[in-house]
Design a protein around this ligand. Structure first.
Ligand SMILES: [Zn+2]
Length: 333
C-alpha cells in the first residue's frame, strides 16, 4: 500500500497545521487582548485645558457652513461640491494664502477608474504659507472636503467627516498667517477622498508635489466626536521617528492620544489598521511619513445624522489645539 507511505516530515506538517488551525481563535484572542492592553497602557493626559490660539468661533461658523443644506453634503461632481470649491477659494484668498494649484488655488483633475470616473468637476484647493527657511522641506496639511453629498433623496452632511478637518485646516491657516512657520506649509483641501482618494493621488500624479520635497503629511479626517476623549494618531509604526514627537504631544494635550492603528494583523489580531483609511495613504505609498489624526468610528459615521448638532464642541476645540501643537512641534524639529 504505497499510497499510505507518507513521509514523516509531511505528517509533522499536518500536525502543526492542524494545531495551528485548532488554536487560531485562541491565538487571535491573545493578540487582540495584548493589543488592547498595549493601547490602554499608553499615557493619560496630564494637561487639564488647552490654550485658545485658534479662532474657535470662526472655526465653528466654517464647520456649520460646510455641513449646511446649502452645500448639501459636498458630493464630488454635485452642485454642493462645486459650491464648496468656490467658497474655499474665497476663504484662501481672504486669509492671504499663496495660490498653489494649477489654476490659482484650484487643481482640477478627472478620475479615470472606478465610479469616480463618472464625476465631473473634481478639484483640490491648495494654498501655501512660505516658511522663513526656504531650505527646509514642506509640511503638507491635508483634509478632504468632499463627503457623500445628496444620495437617494437624503443629504449626508458630513459634519464630522470631514467638515471638522477642513474647518480646522482653515483655522490653522489663519493662525500661521499671524505666526510665520519655519517650514513652508501647504494647506490642501482635497476632493474625492470618499471615492478612491483621487484628490491626494492627483497631487503626485500631476506632479504638483514630489515625495522628496515633503517632510511630513499631517492628515485630518474626523476630529469632532468625543469617545472617552480619544484621538487616534496613526503613522508611528511605519515611521518610528514620529513616536517621540507624538509622546511629547501627549504631554501637552488634554485629549488621549492613541498611537497604533497602523500595526499589522500578525501583531494585533483583528484590531484595526488605518494605514490606508484616508488621504495619508497616498503619501505613505510614496514613502512620505504621515500622521493621521482622527476619532474612533461612531454611530453617525457615513449617516445622514453626521450633523453639526452631533459635534462635541469642547472636544473638537481641544483636538484642534492638539493638532496645532503637532504642527508646531514638527515645524520646530
Ligand atoms: Zn473622511
Amino acid at each position: 500500500m504505497k499510497l499510505f507511505r507518507i513521509p514523516l516530515w509531511l505528517w509533522l506538517l499536518f500536525v502543526v497545521a492542524g494545531l495551528g488551525y485548532a488554536f487560531h481563535p485562541y491565538l487571535l484572542e491573545q493578540l487582540n487582548h495584548m493589543e488592547q492592553k498595549r493601547l490602554l497602557a499608553q499615557p493619560q493626559p496630564v494637561v487639564a485645558q488647552m490654550p485658545q490660539r485658534l479662532d474657535f468661533v470662526q472655526q465653528m461658523a466654517d464647520l456649520s457652513y460646510l455641513a449646511s443644506n446649502e452645500l448639501s453634503g459636498r458630493g464630488t461632481g454635485q452642485a454642493g461640491g462645486a459650491k464648496t470649491q468656490q467658497w474655499l477659494e474665497a476663504e484662501f484668498t481672504q486669509i492671504g494664502l499663496v495660490a498653489a494649484g494649477t489654476e490659482g488655488y484650484l487643481q482640477s483633475y478627472q478620475p479615470t477608474t472606478g465610479k469616480a470616473q463618472l464625476m465631473k468637476g473634481a478639484a483640490n484647493v491648495l494654498g501655501r504659507i512660505e516658511g522663513s527657511d526656504p531650505s527646509l522641506p514642506l509640511l503638507v496639511l491635508t483634509a478632504h472636503y468632499d463627503h457623500l453629498g445628496l444620495h437617494q433623496g437624503k443629504i449626508y452632511f458630513g459634519a464630522d467627516d470631514n467638515a471638522s478637518g477642513v474647518a480646522a485646516l482653515l483655522a490653522m491657516a489663519r493662525y500661521f498667517k499671524q505666526h510665520p512657520p519655519r517650514h513652508t506649509l501647504l494647506f490642501a483641501a482635497l476632493d474625492n477622498e470618499e471615492t478612491g482618494m483621487w484628490g491626494a493621488r492627483m497631487l503626485f500624479e500631476q506632479e504638483l508635489l514630489k515625495p522628496e520635497q515633503i517632510k511630513l503629511n499631517i492628515n485630518m479626517d474626523m476630529l469632532s466626536h468625543d469617545t472617552n476623549k480619544q484621538l487616534i494618531a496613526v503613522g508611528s509604526y511605519h515611521y518610528p521617528q514620529l513616536e517621540k514627537p507624538l509622546q511629547q504631544l501627549q504631554q501637552q494635550s488634554s485629549v488621549r492620544l492613541l498611537l497604533g492603528y497602523d500595526r499589522p494583523a500578525w501583531r494585533v489580531g483583528t484590531h484595526q489598521d488605518w494605514t490606508f483609511s484616508s488621504d495619508h495613504r497616498e503619501f505613505h505609498k510614496r514613502a512620505v511619513p504621515f500622521v493621521y489624526f482622527g476619532v474612533p468610528d461612531h454611530a453617525d459615521y457615513h449617516q445622514p445624522t453626521d450633523t453639526v448638532e452631533n459635534i462635541d464642541q469642547e472636544f473638537y476645540r481641544e483636538v484642534s489645539e492638539t493638532v496645532l501643537d503637532a504642527v508646531l512641534l514638527f515645524d520646530a524639529g
